[in-house]
Design a protein around this ligand. Structure first.
Ligand code: BDR
Ligand code: CA
Length: 305
């Protein structure tokens, strides 16, 4: 049966938590992916595109068009995050091949689709290179996008440097262009996603469901958990948390804010500055969520796929 629900265009760099986000989206009747664009980030563009195709096929979304976008950050890419996601971006979990990538460039798709789909939501869960190039080519596209949600940044510091979070640090110039545009995005920062980590027991329960999706997702999450164990962190499902803002908005507390990105080449590079008292907000920030309900619902959705 064709899916209905809110139309979502997903820009991503799978990536283990990106993969969980794709699976959550495919399992959720509240939204429907109209396309997936890929970008270099956690791994290179060839790999993020192949991973998006395979994860979509795993979740029953073989028909969702995947458009490869930008292969590097605007000023050239810093190292990817292979230590957290594995050299293949999916923690060494082998998935069956999916469909073919589209010939159309991701940025072209990002410019075209908002003119064709009413009330489109754009959810960006990787570095913001594709969005920045889209806005540079045609700033007016911002007016055709209903809502933009971005996973990135950290109010209380970063995860790649003390100042910066991965998606913003990978391409700060792009992030700055996006926050200075008319998109007025909802930012889902580390401070929020860290509240919704899952641990071994949750992952083991998922594995016990025994379906291909449950086995693959739990295998990827094992890798991630192991990679961050020395930092005392759980499996932080950053990107699925950001997508959940579109699926279950009632679980989130979102506040208007002025968001600025530091692009200096010093230790502050990539920092996200957030001012909740500004009289000129350029977006909003998800500051709290009902984490137990979110992780319970995520489990149910993944288990049923
Ligand atoms: C973000 O960085 C990436 O490694 C994850 O996929 C997520 O989008 C978290 O900082
Ligand atoms: Ca990501």
């Amino acid at each position: 049966m064709a899916k209905t629900g809110k139309s979502v265009l997903l820009d991503c760099d799978p990536g283990i938590d990106d993969a969980v986000a794709i699976l959550l989206g495919l399992a959720s009747p509240e939204i429907s992916f109209v396309g997936i664009t890929t970008v270099a980030g956690n791994v290179d563009l060839g790999c993020t595109t192949e991973n998006a195709l395979r994860v979509a096929a795993l979740g029953g979304g073989l028909d969702i068009p995947v458009y490869p976008g930008c292969p590097k950050a605007i000023l050239g890419a810093p190292p990817p995050a292979a230590h957290v996601h594995g050299n293949d971006g999916l923690g060494g979990v082998r998935l069956e091949p999916g469909g073919m990538a589209q010939a159309e460039h991701g940025v072209q798709a990002l410019l075209r689709i908002p003119g064709e789909v009413e009330d489109l939501s754009l959810v960006a869960i990787g570095p913001l290179t594709n969005l920045a190039v889209m806005l540079t080519q045609e700033p007016e596209v911002a007016g055709r996008i209903g809502r933009t949600v971005i996973m990135g940044g950290g109010i209380d510091g970063g995860n790649v440097t003390p100042a910066a979070e991965f998606n913003i640090h990978f391409d700060p110039e792009a992030a700055r262009a996006v926050f200075e545009s008319r998109l007025r995005p909802v930012l889902v920062p580390l401070d929020l996603t860290r509240k919704a980590a899952v641990y071994e027991d949750w992952i083991d329960r998922l594995r016990a469901v025994g379906t291909p999706v449950a086995r693959s997702a739990s295998g990827m999450m094992d890798f991630y958990l192991e990679a961050v164990r020395h930092r005392g962190l759980g499996m932080i499902i950053h990107d699925a948390t950001a997508l959940a803002v579109e699926i279950w908005p009632e679980l989130f507390d979102v506040r208007p804010a002025r968001i600025q990105i530091v692009t200096d080449h010093g230790p502050e590079r990539g920092r996200t500055r957030v001012d909740f008292d500004s009289s000129e907000p350029n977006g909003s920030v998800a500051v709290d969520l009902d984490a137990p309900t979110f992780t319970a619902r995520l489990f149910e959705r993944l288990a049923l796929l």
